[in-house]
Ligand binder design. Structure first.
Ligand code: PMP
Length: 299
């Protein structure tokens, strides 16, 4: 991995963006410096996945977007059906068969000052493109992560259930991870229990039981997390949502992360310690293959 390599803003020039109701070339998708999303991180977003040309769990993502918007008193300028149509338009405009969609709703343009009432209409834009989040070999060998000193936002501050455009909490943890030479970092909550990673939910397996932090630990209600919970039920593997500590991380037999971009990815090292035998475990592998099968079937 080469952390020194710059990653300049370099979208493919033929990329088309759904921008406030129109498909435009990426060079024309421009946002004001006075948009409160730029000034304050005031906006909400979603990250979705496309498989075989179809957006995976679109309704669940749009429902979460509505909840995020409602929680920050941002009135979405489009209905759920209109939003779904817009996402599909962005996917079609870029001929995305297998890829990723970023849907962003900003607070809109306003002058300096925090007041959400003194802003104009939200800007909605949708990017649909290819994706590769983590290198392929990590899905075979497993990934190393750290548990970070950056505490996840208190649920009564910026609730982690809100997928807001202010991701600095996660970015600080990510920086600590990158500085330690790993791609992802586990965050504890204000009570010292495991919450989630910077862009993924976390699961452990111990003595045949799948364990994952409850929503009340202060985490994003991951769409992929819900899928894995459903799969575990179908496969009759016991699963419990429970508070987990650093100790639970270190004594787990298996660990894996879930996210729309990451899908299901095994973790084989935490804070330099091998997890289980240091290889992706059987439960993780079973869930990875069930997940692949599910998305191949069309969700
Ligand atoms: N937690 C955080 C903080 C995230 O940003 C994400 C990615 N959106 C997730 C968990 C995973 O959620 P999902 O499965 O819905 O992508």
């Amino acid at each position: 991995m080469n952390f020194d390599k710059p990653n300049p803003f370099d979208p493919r020039p033929d990329l088309k963006i759904w921008f406030n109701g129109k498909i435009v070339p990426v060079s024309e998708a421009k946002i004001s410096i006075f948009d409160h999303c730029i000034l304050y991180g005031d906006g909400v977003f979603e990250g979705l996945r496309v498989y075989e040309g179809k957006v995976f769990r679109l309704t669940q993502h749009l429902r979460r977007l509505e909840h995020s918007a409602r929680a920050v008193r941002l009135e979405l300028p489009m209905t759920r059906d209109e939003m779904a149509a817009a996402v599909n338009e962005a996917v079609a405009a870029n001929n995305v068969r297998d890829g990723y969609v970023r849907l962003v709703v900003t607070r809109g343009v306003g002058y300096l000052g925090l007041s959400h009432t003194r802003t104009a209409n939200p800007t909605v834009f949708i990017i649909a493109d290819q994706i590769e989040l983590y290198p392929k070999e990590l899905y075979e060998k497993g990934m190393a992560v750290i548990s970070t000193s950056v505490v996840r936002n208190h649920p009564n501050a910026v609730a982690p259930r809100i997928k807001s455009c202010n991701y600095l909490n996660n970015i600080l943890a990510k920086i600590e991870g990158l500085d330690a030479g790993v791609y992802e970092a586990i965050m504890y909550n204000h009570l010292g229990y495991v919450a989630e990673c910077t862009g993924d939910n976390i699961f452990l397996v111990r003595d045949g039981l799948i364990q994952t932090p409850p929503i009340t630990a202060g985490i994003l209600e991951g769409v992929t997390r819900d899928v894995v919970i459903e799969l575990a039920r179908e496969l009759k593997i016991p699963l419990r949502e429970m508070d987990l500590t650093r100790h639970d991380l270190y004594v787990a037999d298996e660990c894996f992360l879930t996210g729309s971009a990451a899908e299901v990815i095994p973790v084989t090292k935490i804070d330099g310690r091998p997890i289980g035998d240091g290889m992706p475990g059987p439960t993780t592998r079973k869930l990875m293959s069930s997940f692949r099968e599910l998305v191949r079937r069309g969700g």
